[in-house]
Design a protein around this ligand. Structure first.
Ligand code: PMV
Length: 337
């Protein structure tokens, strides 16, 4: 119900003739300071603010059209999604917010360049691209913060995938969530690299939604989390403004370890790491002890994302031959607008 109210508030009395089709791309985003815990489960309102970096060439393109049938048809990477799957139910429930009438149904094609549900932010880019495609289909012409709020209703971290580069999701404190959206941090960082270490492409056993709730409800460490996040956000914003890589890396890694420490101490415990994840971490720490400036961050899955600078690229490829390297910012170190 609250989600309907939020949509109504944003779309107001907008009534324009829809287009034939909407199509949009949104990148995945990797949190350097994680969103872990909700203050409102229906609106996906977070306990704390968070901060991420977008990976421009990793993401989802969503195409949407009206259909004249009895239900929505959804396909992902060319495969029809069964109506009864959890994935389809979640999407249909989200689309209910925008149908106008109960008879309106959609055909949706999503093409994603990251594995689904493996902690590689596929749902963030998926919901963000869907909202951007709906914005086109219905010709809403919404501003960035409204689009971010709508994407948040699908998946919290999707609100950060509306924009490129470094993005901060402001937690806000209003109960309707109208002040909880993402903002671009106006900095770019040409030499920065993100490496994806794919340890397993399989779907995670426990969703981030369930895991963060379980952590919030039961981890004895969770009360320390919001304080820690405040401190990490300050450090990350300083690191980004000063292009201080050591500060960025140490803070992002430490934030990720703290999130996983909270999850591990939940009851029942939540452990997203596989044995290979742990050995990769040891390898990263060993390389760092030898003087290589490389850090990791981990989300709700076993895969790691490495942070390093372009000058160390050869050494990183040597150590992790299967790594996929992303350049988050092309061009110069000018401000992102
Ligand atoms: O937006 P969700 O429900 O997929 O949760 C995302 C949770 C993390 O990826 C672990 C952290 C984050 O901020 O992206």
């Amino acid at each position: 119900m609250k989600a309907y109210e939020a949509v109504k508030k944003i779309l107001g009395k907008k009534k324009s003739r829809p287009q034939e089709m909407g199509q949009a791309y949104a990148p995945v985003n990797i949190a350097l300071c994680k969103y872990w815990g909700k203050r409102d489960d229906e609106l996906n309102l977070p306990v704390t603010s968070s901060l991420s970096i977008a990976l421009p060439n990793k993401g989802t393109t969503t195409t949407i059209q009206f259909n004249h049938g009895e239900r929505d048809h959804i396909s992902v990477n060319g495969e029809a999604i069964p109506e009864t799957s959890f994935f389809s139910e979640r999407l249909v429930h989200f689309l209910d917010l925008f149908r106008g009438t109960k008879k309106t149904h959609f055909d949706i094609w999503a093409e994603s360049s990251v594995p689904i549900g493996a902690g590689l932010a596929s749902s963030a880019s998926g919901f963000a691209s869907l909202v951007l495609a709906l914005n086109q289909l219905y010709r809403w012409q919404l501003d960035a913060s409204s689009l971010s709020i709508l994407a948040r209703l699908g998946s919290g971290s999707a609100c950060r995938s509306i924009a490129p580069g470094f993005v901060k999701w402001l937690a806000g404190n209003k109960s309707n969530g109208m002040d909880s959206y993402a903002e671009v941090l106006p900095y770019s960082w040409k030499n920065l690299r993100v490496g994806i270490c794919l340890i397993s492409p399989h779907e995670k056993a426990i969703s981030s939604r369930q895991a963060m709730q379980q952590t919030l409800d039961t981890s004895p460490f969770y009360p320390a989390w919001p304080q820690l996040v405040k401190h990490h956000l300050k450090s990350l914003e300083k690191a980004i403004a000063d292009q201080d890589f050591e500060l960025l890396g140490t803070t992002a890694e430490s934030n990720s370890l703290a999130m996983h420490a909270c999850a591990l101490t939940a009851y029942p415990p939540i452990c997203y790491s596989l044995p290979e994840t742990v050995s990769f971490k040891h390898k990263i720490w060993a390389l760092r002890a030898e003087g290589l400036s490389v850090y990791f961050t981990q989300d709700a899955g076993p895969n790691l994302k490495l942070l390093f600078l372009v000058e160390d690229e050869d050494k990183i490829i040597n150590a992790f031959p299967d790594i996929e390297i992303i350049t988050p910012f092309q061009g110069n170190d000018e401000l992102v607008t």
